[in-house]
Design a protein around this ligand. Structure first.
Ligand code: ADP
Ligand code: 5GP
Length: 189
């Protein structure tokens, strides 16, 4: 039986996690993105079951009652996100390793649940000012959601040391190389 290893990537919003995760996935066919469930609306270009499983509040509540999640949380005001047990099992059963892209609390929860088989990596932008700049350039936030993300980022930065590895995403290519080397070491151990 394949060992049930999990790669956890966590970071404050805007640190470059999605960008880096895409690069790791492209380099490793054995690693599969674990698609989370959430109740926020899809952004332009996002697809159900590829980026997230997009659900209504009622559907999400039903899934909580059905014990469908490894962990779930209200990540932003009124917006729920959760890692589905069925998703991790789907990936393990296909002979691959799930990579979860998740906020800090969710990452701590999965780490606690899978202490021997999870590798947790915290991605950090070089500074809060750079983080703000990247979020502005990404153009996905309103002034209000931007401030909420920055406040949450400041809080999340205080947890960086609780994860197995920290990667500072200054130069994108260097951060990619570092991340790929970490994943390689974990999967080959
Ligand atoms: P997250 O998933 O952590 O919220 P994204 O991957 O969406 O972050 O990155 C936020 C923005 O910053 C995107 O517009 C992305 O293209 C850009 N970005 C990511 N990494 C870097 C980097 N090393 N240097 C400059 N811009 C970056
Ligand atoms: P976004 O709305 O930008 O896609 O994601 C917002 C935040 O939710 C990101 O930090 C992302 O990592 C986190 N997130 C995505 N999926 C999950 C999940 O299943 N559980 C938790 N706890 N956080 C998640």
């Amino acid at each position: 039986m394949i060992s049930e290893k999990i790669i956890i990537i966590t970071a404050p919003s805007g640190s470059g996690k999605t960008t880096l995760v895409k690069r790791v996935l492209a380099a490793y066919p054995k690693v599969a993105f674990s698609v989370s469930a959430c109740t926020r609306k899809p952004r332009p270009g996002e697809e159900h079951a590829r980026d997230y499983y997009f659900y209504t509040d009622t559907e999400f509540q039903r899934m909580i009652e059905d014990d469908a999640f490894v962990e779930w949380e209200m990540v932003y005001t009124g917006k729920y996100y959760g890692t589905l047990k069925s998703e991790l099992n789907r990936i393990w059963n296909s002979g691959r390793f799930p990579l979860v892209d998740i906020d800090v609390n969710g990452a701590l929860a999965i780490q606690k649940r899978h202490p021997r088989t999870a590798l947790s990596i915290f991605i950090q932008a070089p500074s809060i000012d750079i983080l703000r700049e990247r979020l502005l350039l990404r153009g996905t936030e309103t002034p209000q959601t931007l401030e909420e993300r920055i406040d949450k980022a400041k809080f999340e930065l205080t947890f960086a040391n609780q994860f197995d590895k920290i990667v500072v995403n200054d130069d994108l290519d260097k951060a990619t190389e570092e991340l790929i080397a970490i994943v390689e070491g974990f999967l080959s151990a």
